[in-house]
Design a protein around this ligand. Sequence first.
Ligand code: GLN
Length: 539
Amino acid sequence: MTGGVVSSLGKGLASAALAALLQARGYSVRLCKMDPYLNVDPGTMSPFQHGEVFVTDDGAETDLDLGHYERFTGVPARQSDNVTTGRIYTDVLARERKGEYLGATIQVVPHITNEIQDFIRAKDGSADFVLVEIGGTVGDIESLPFLEAIRQFGNEVGRERALFAHMTLIPYIPAAGELKTKPTQHSVKELMSYGIRPRVLLCRADREISEEERNKIALFCNIDNSSVIPALDVKSIYEVPLTYHAAGLDNEVMKHFNLPVEPGPDLSTWEEIVHRVKEPEHKVKVAIVGKYISLTDSYKSLNEALIHGGIANNAKVELKFIEAEAFEKDDEDLAAHLRDCHAILVPGAFGSRGAEGKIKAVQYAREHKIPYFGICFGMQMAVIEAARHQCGITGANSTEFGPCEVPLIGLMTEWIADDGSVHQRTEETDLGGTMRLGAYPAKLVEGSRVAEIYGATDIEDRHRHRYEVNIAYKEQLEEAGLIFSGLSPDGKLPEIVERQDHPWFVGVQFHPELKSKPFDPHPLFISFIEAAVKQSGLV
Ligand code: GLN
């Protein structure tokens, strides 16, 4: 799957939707993404730059498109499903240093292109279909080695085992009152100049593309009429599999691989999801008090998980993004922002900006008995809030923001050891590699709210954080009503806090949003939205 004309066309979503259609036809799928940038992984990029960093079970920090893949197929993404130019070069150069190329001159072709092909080939046999998305736009300098690699790959495996799909934009020009096909023609021409002839064209447009226009695209792009698939804007991303099927996408794929077109896919699950999204019985408003709110892609999985919670409760979930810093100046402002919300959520974050505002949001939720969900950073802020305002530990803070009087949230090395000594991290300690990443198990307290929500006491969810809540304050905080209802199996790391004196108040150190799917919403999000629905009947 390549893309042309402009970026942000939704290739990731298209790949995920096609995979879902293949699954609905009974085939197994695997999705992967190649990113043409030089970062070794997106872990160090600001969410403003590249949207959310998606974390896999095996602890990789990957592109957010892998989140779409997982949400649409239920197949857990793996470290080996995402690769960047930076990773490819790092591996090739490491081998060169070891002397593994035996005196050869290392070149983009064949060494880099072979490495890219190996990435694809490594998936051979793992599924009936492997879908490979190439990030960026055809014509970018960065994409070249990837296009050359897939051209070679297509030749090697043969046309009957490889299909090239290309996604483009058909813009509408209001002055002319027409959809314009020229950019698509140019994009395909560019792709052809690399030796890649698309078998399927996915044409994004904001309105119907007439048959005449489709035939024109086919003629100029040298493909069959039936290979031009309109990819029209839809209200909910979960409609995409249905609209692509209606437009004939999976039929074309079946024809290409000489597989039976009939019987068609079983789309009942997707139909049910779309029905629930489009015709909800309830409506709730959830406040998201964060710091990356100007780019909602920063919270991609979170937004979707909240919608999934809505699907489970037949509720439309309206998200109100609020910049936490706004609360730091003025309490009036805080109440004005939160008054019409049925639930408050503080999501994951890094750094001190907005932290005090988030602590105020927690306090508001606790005191006004509004459902509160703290995720990672949001749990840490909930713990600080309780310590400061309920336990009288006024100096409580996170060492993420600098040295503080009471390090309630700190690096692992700051734990109070059994002998009572406080361990401090030194200046020399490496910053990189100290994150806790990927799936970790937790033990839930029998009879707790979360044990009831999960329907289990042994759970596993995905982490991405450097700091931990200091277990030494457990007793004091529990006396104030903040219960440590989930701990790491060794009992040292607090994983979940909750309140029993409140309609719904849960903080989790992990990111449950990463595992939620529209057809299998995460239990915490089901329960949180259920609480919001209840709250909406109150206010
Ligand atoms: N910055 C915090 C930490 O590193 C929280 C991270 C997060 O919310 N994902 O622990």
